[in-house]
Ligand binder design. Sequence first.
Ligand SMILES: Nc1ncnc2c1ncn2[C@@H]1O[C@H](COP(=O)(O)OP(=O)(O)O)[C@@H](O)[C@H]1O
Ligand SMILES: [Mg+2]
Length: 225
Amino acid sequence: MSSALIDLQRITKSYRQGDLPIDVLKGIDLQIAAGEFVALLGPSGSGKSTLMHILGLLDRPTSGAYFLDGSDVAGLDDDQLSALRNRKIGFVFQTFYLIPYLTALENVVLPGLYGQESGATIRRRAQEILQQVGLSDRMDFRPSQLSGGQQQRVAIARALLNDPPVLLADEPTGQLDSTTSQEIMELISQINRQGRTVILVTHDIATAACAQRRIELNDGLVCRD
Ligand SMILES: Nc1ncnc2c1ncn2[C@@H]1O[C@H](COP(=O)(O)OP(=O)(O)O)[C@@H](O)[C@H]1O
Ligand SMILES: [Mg+2]
């Protein structure tokens, strides 16, 4: 067993397009220790999002092994995977995926509804996190009343609600202007300094420079680490 928080061994992923198999990941070996800040780079279509979905337990690999915090996730059924994802993983996307008819606070509260805690406890924690990400005065706003950067802050707060040790961010600044991108990257760096493992997909060299480690995907393999 490995001591890495994340341990991928010979991970492959193929999609079927009609009769044609498309081999997107062709044998990824990757170990990431707790507390690392990793940038994942590579050309469009190189499989970055596919790899993030596997890391985030949103999708299963075609073959290979994934150990998350020592446990082999292949043995888990869908309910167990969801439970593990809820505890361990926060996910942030390029498009924020906020629910438009809910307020910022209600969006952040959502991932807490599956757990055991009382509504009041969850609400209090959501308020604290929104405060931490700089939105104390925007909690009752709906997404359409917020700027792109503010919406991404809400999405980040939602990702942190269950206090996950791992934050996955797939091009989190892809829809933001450069000043707002810098602010969001500063927030994500701060989240890493608090001790969370961060894995970030980006196209942008300046964004990747925030990370301590850069991993490049090409043609389904890690070509540089
Ligand atoms: N659900 C899917 N079904 C079929 N092909 C897919 C699917 N998701 C992604 N692909 C293909 O896999 C390749 C890698 O996609 P993706 O992981 O999104 O790359 P990246 O994020 O690096 O741009 C692309 O060629 C894409 O068309
Ligand atoms: Mg992608």
